[in-house]
Ligand binder design. Structure first.
Ligand code: GDP
Ligand code: IMO
Ligand code: MG
Length: 427
């Protein structure tokens, strides 16, 4: 069995963590390939409730090797906090490996993320302020520092001195704040390097070995396709590609090695941060959903904006990822609604659009066209077979399949592992 990708299909927080925790039962390897600790993946299982930011959600499955690939940026402080929390809960973390090519989030990245956001005022992106964007900027600007660099302390000191000189110039001359100390950063990151050393590997070879002998490798996406720097709602996007294609670059595998691509869609829509969201609900309905579903960010605690299911942006997500399956999460959240709207297309200047415009300000002007479906108004959390869902709920699922042009193979009806309906097995 080759690689199977689990990809966020909307603006993040679709429930990727819980889907990966579920599918990892049969996985030999679970890998993260993009983003950083801007991600917050909630997993609830017999070990407790976890919000994973860097460690793959396969860590709870004793047979699964977990890998943080080269495409991820790592804040070592967050990584070790997470590892310690897992160990305290009795989870074995010795099966975790980190790519020696993964870039590090440095203290100046976190500072700059906040300073840049503050300086943008009302035009701020609403980033998670974890330094993820500035770390990817440095990767591309060839000013990054990688986990493998920490293993040679003197070479690392020289590299850091070179980079920090440039960062301190920005901090002092543009933002008028104190420069950062080379000695302090060098010391603390050498300490992280010593702790990280047992985890650091050339992970592309580990992944290749697993794929060569046909082991199941789960690719755990982070963020969502509509936050992709190319196909998302630019500039209100993240800074690495959450798309299935991003897994090839973020791990060193080939496109031909990915057999299935599962698009994880929430049964409605949420978004954290700024940027257009055509199907955003009125305040009262959004409030009902947010409080019922506890729609608050797993990383920053910010309230999530809530909206109706949007198949217009959904179809773009299907197109740019090539989903072979849809996993539809949080169906139970809709149990209370008397009727449910689904956006089928947009209207813009008298024209009907089946695909969203690429420009964020134009997207912001699009009027969503809805089809309104009757709600089922009965609990679904206990249901485990598709045919046992209320008729209206089945119709809702069929409508989404029709609008996306992709089959729904998994439905989740609660946050716990077993609270799901397997419509068709794809493993
Ligand atoms: P991720 O970033 O894609 O992994 O998603 P998050 O963990 O940020 O957000 C998903 C939220 O939905 C978490 O609080 C999950 O516990 C919760 N969740 C996942 N699936 C379901 C479901 O089927 N029903 C309900 N009620 N909650 C769910
Ligand atoms: P998971 O993996 C939801 C959003 C931020 C902001 C934009 C840029 O849990 O689905 P960044 O810090 O990446 O520079 O912020 O992207 N964002 C997410 N929203 N879920 C995430 O991850 C996100 N990661 C980043 O809110 O709008
Ligand atoms: Mg999340």
């Amino acid at each position: 069995m080759p690689a199977i990708a689990v990809i966020g299909a909307q603006w993040g927080d679709e429930g990727k963590g819980r889907v990966v925790d579920l599918l990892a039962e049969k996985a030999h390897m679970v890998v993260r390939f993009s983003g950083g600790n801007n991600a917050g993946h909630t997993v609830i299982n017999q070990h407790g409730e976890f919000r994973l930011h860097l460690v793959p959600a396969g860590i709870f499955r004793p047979q699964a090797t977990c890998i943080i690939g080269n495409g991820v940026v790592i804040d070592p402080a967050v990584l070790f906090e997470e590892i310690e929390e897992l160990q305290k809960s009795g989870v074995d973390t010795q099966r975790l490996f980190i790519s020696d090519r993964a870039h590090l989030i440095m203290p100046y990245h976190i500072l700059l993320d906040g300073l840049e956001e503050d300086s943008k005022g009302s035009k701020a992106i609403g980033t998670t302020r974890r330094g993820v964007g500035p770390a990817f900027v440095d990767k591309i600007a060839r000013l990054g520092i990688r986990t493998g660099d920490l293993l040679d302390k003197e070479a690392f000191r020289q590299r850091l001195a070179f980079v920090l000189e440039r960062k301190n110039a920005i901090l002092t001359k543009i933002y008028g704040i104190q420069p950062l100390s080379l000695k302090e950063i060098h010391e603390s990151y050498c300490n992280y390097g010593e702790r990280m050393a047992p985890y650091i590997q050339q992970t592309e070879f580990l992944v290749r070995e697993a794929l060569e002998v046909d082991k199941l490798v789960l690719l755990e996406g982070a963020q969502g396709s509509l936050l992709d720097p190319d196909f998302g709602t630019y500039p209100y996007v993240t800074s690495s590609s959450p798309l299935a294609g991003g897994a090839c670059l973020g791990l060193g595998i080939t496109p031909m090695q990915i057999r299935h691509i599962i698009g994880v869609f929430k049964a409605y829509t949420t978004r954290v941060g700024s940027g257009p969201m055509p199907t955003e609900m009125d305040k009262e309905t959004a409030h009902v959903i947010r409080e019922k579903a506890r729609e608050y960010g797993a990383t920053t605690g910010r309230p999530r904006r809530c909206g109706w299911f949007d198949s217009t942006v959904g179809r773009l997500s299907v197109l740019v990822n090539g989903f072979t399956s849809v996993a539809l999460t949080r169906m139970d959240v809709l149990d209370i609604l008397p009727s449910i709207k689904v956006c089928t297309s947009y209207r813009l200047e008298g024209k009907t659009l089946q695909q969203p415009p690429s420009n964020s300000s134009t997207l912001g002007k699009c009027e969503p066209l809805y089809e309104e479906l009757p709600g089922w108004q009965s609990p679904t959390g206990h249901i485990r077979r598709f045919r046992d869902l209320p008729l209206e709920a089945r119709r809702y699922v069929r409508k989404i399949e029709e609008l996306l042009g992709c089959q729904v193979d998994l439905i989740t009806v609660g946050p716990k592992r077993n609270e799901m309906i397997s419509v068709r097995s794809f493993l």
